[in-house]
Design a protein. Structure first.
Length: 218
């Protein structure tokens, strides 16, 4: 599958600009609490680099098979055009935080999802944190398969079960975190996004369709 063409057709320039603003807000309100300035952060399935470009960390690493990732990465971000299931370029325990968003459901099978999670476990330092976001099929069974490249149905519960099997200790579980997609008819002005985040968990209970799970390496 040609990833550059697929996502180029899926997300317009306006969609991509909106995602940049949303991720800047998400970094400020949510993810900055889990990343220290001297950390090494790895973004698996970095896509257009919205998260990793927003992150404030000593070392930032993006992994994605999409050739557009390298073009859109901010200065200082290391980009590896590689499979997230093969992190051979990283040493054991080299990373403080592994992040992945809306990515694992795109893997071709649960076996590959397991390989990705085991790889994240290997490169994390003891006590290092894995942050996983994704569409929660428990709340999206009607539209989950509308994206051609969704292959694996996942929920907050199945992700937690997998992480425990792979040697992680679950730290935080939010079955409802964010709305499903930026391709929504609802207004997505920056002040609305920041208000949504400021009003959590109330707003998430009303509109959240994606899970957020954090887990640490034992």
């Amino acid at each position: 599958m040609e990833l550059s063409e697929l996502y180029g057709n899926r997300f317009s320039a306006a969609d991509r600009a909106r995602k940049v603003r949303i991720w800047a807000a998400l970094w400020d309100h949510v993810f900055s609490r889990w990343v220290r300035p001297d950390d090494t952060v790895l973004d698996l399935g970095a896509g257009y680099c919205e998260f990793i470009n927003s992150a404030a960390a000593r070392r930032r690493i993006a992994v994605d098979l999409n050739p557009d990732t390298a073009r859109l990465a901010a200065p200082g971000v290391e980009v590896h055009t590689a499979s997230a299931a093969d992190l051979a370029f990283l040493q054991d325990g080299e990373v403080d935080v592994v992040f992945t968003s809306n990515f694992l459901e795109h893997m071709p099978s649960k076996d590959v999802v397991t390989r990705v999670v085991n790889g994240a476990h290997r490169v994390l330092k003891p006590g290092g944190l894995l942050i996983v976001m994704g569409p929660n099929i428990r709340f999206l069974a009607d539209v989950y398969w509308d994206y051609y490249d969704h292959h694996v149905p996942l929920s907050d519960r199945s992700i937690c079960e997998l992480l425990a099997m792979c040697g992680f200790e679950i730290r935080r579980v939010e079955p409802r975190f964010l709305p499903y997609t930026v391709k929504s008819r609802l207004p997505q002005w920056e002040w609305i996004v920041r208000a949504y985040l400021a009003l959590r968990p109330f707003s998430s209970r009303l509109f959240g369709r994606q899970f957020l799970v954090t887990a640490s390496k034992r």
